[in-house]
Design a protein around this ligand. Structure first.
Ligand code: NAD
Length: 255
């Protein structure tokens, strides 16, 4: 049975991960959270974050599953790298230095980072790349919608989709975030729109517009359990692998 540690345990995703772990053959060795948590979550006692390194050394789990913030994810990655524990992180909003630090950690341990652990979004990424290649003259606009407490914008998934599009359409060099006033569209731009409302788990739409036809590809997350299930699939797959940088497509393909 795979033994995991969970960070950000009282967060929206942390709670989902603990609930999903309780439903499958996975043992949670320990869980941490920045602010104190009085009651167990899904039967797991939650410890303070500042005990993370000591808990990691004591329990030596097969993998850590992290959904927190970019600074803490880097700290957790460093601690994992130090003693060779695999890390699955779904945290988004890393700047270049944060990403470089995660990649540096992957030289000492297995690190799998995904901006989205939904299999539907993985399928959306493939469909978007195919549609982008098939419609080389289309104007492309991306709209993402999330709950009102989301910190980073646009979402990590939106950035991943934009990277995918720009890999196929190198001519689309400019990301235009919203428009206001006199703002005619140029041919080298992708429009990017971030909406925040209520408790929406996540919606991403890529609109490809040509003359007399449009194609819209949309993924809607019904709830956060899909991300937790994907992250646990990734942790089970990553456990025991050698140091390196892995991605969620490898989990889906079962390589
Ligand atoms: P949240 O705010 O509900 O929870 C974040 C948790 O991390 C909280 O418990 C918070 O205390 C903790 N935390 C934040 N900063 C910390 C720090 N510096 N040190 C220690 N703990 C810290 O957020 P959420 O909705 O659970 O999302 C968490 C992250 O996961 C975000 O980056 C979000 O974009 C990302 N996310 C990814 C996916 C995916 O599939 N990859 C899905 C949903 C959310």
């Amino acid at each position: 049975m795979v033994r995991l540690a969970v960070t950000g345990a009282a967060g929206r995703m942390g709670q989902e991960v603990l609930a999903a772990a309780a439903d499958r053959e996975v043992e949670v060795a320990f869980a941490v959270n920045r602010s104190p948590v009085a009651e167990p979550i899904a039967g797991v006692d939650v410890q303070p974050t500042d005990e993370f390194a000591a808990l990691l050394a004591d329990h030596q789990p097969d993998a850590v599953v992290d959904f927190t913030g970019p600074d803490s994810a880097v700290d957790y990655a460093d601690a994992c790298a130090e003693i060779g524990v695999a890390l699955v992180t779904g945290t988004t909003g890393f700047d270049e230095a944060g990403l470089a630090a995660l990649k540096a950690a992957s030289e000492s341990t297995a690190v799998l980072k995904a901006s989205n652990f939904s299999r539907g979004v993985a399928a959306l990424r493939l469909a978007v790349q195919e549609a982008t290649a098939a419609l080389p003259d289309a104007d492309i606009e991306l709209t993402e919608t999330h709950h009102n407490a989301k910190r980073d914008a646009p979402s990590g998934t939106a950035k991943t989709l934009l990277d995918d599009i720009q890999e196929v359409r190198e001519d689309l060099s400019e990301r235009v975030h919203g428009r206001e006033g006199e703002a005619p569209r140029s041919t080298d731009e992708i429009g990017v729109h971030a909406r925040r409302a209520g408790d929406i788990a996540g919606k991403h739409e890529v609109l490809l517009g040509g003359s007399n036809e449009t194609l819209s590809l949309t993924h809607r997350a019904g709830d956060r359990s899909i991300f937790a299930d994907g992250a646990l699939d990734a942790a089970e797959w990553l456990a025991g692998r050698e140091a390196g940088w892995y991605d969620f497509f490898e989990v889906i393909e079962g390589e």
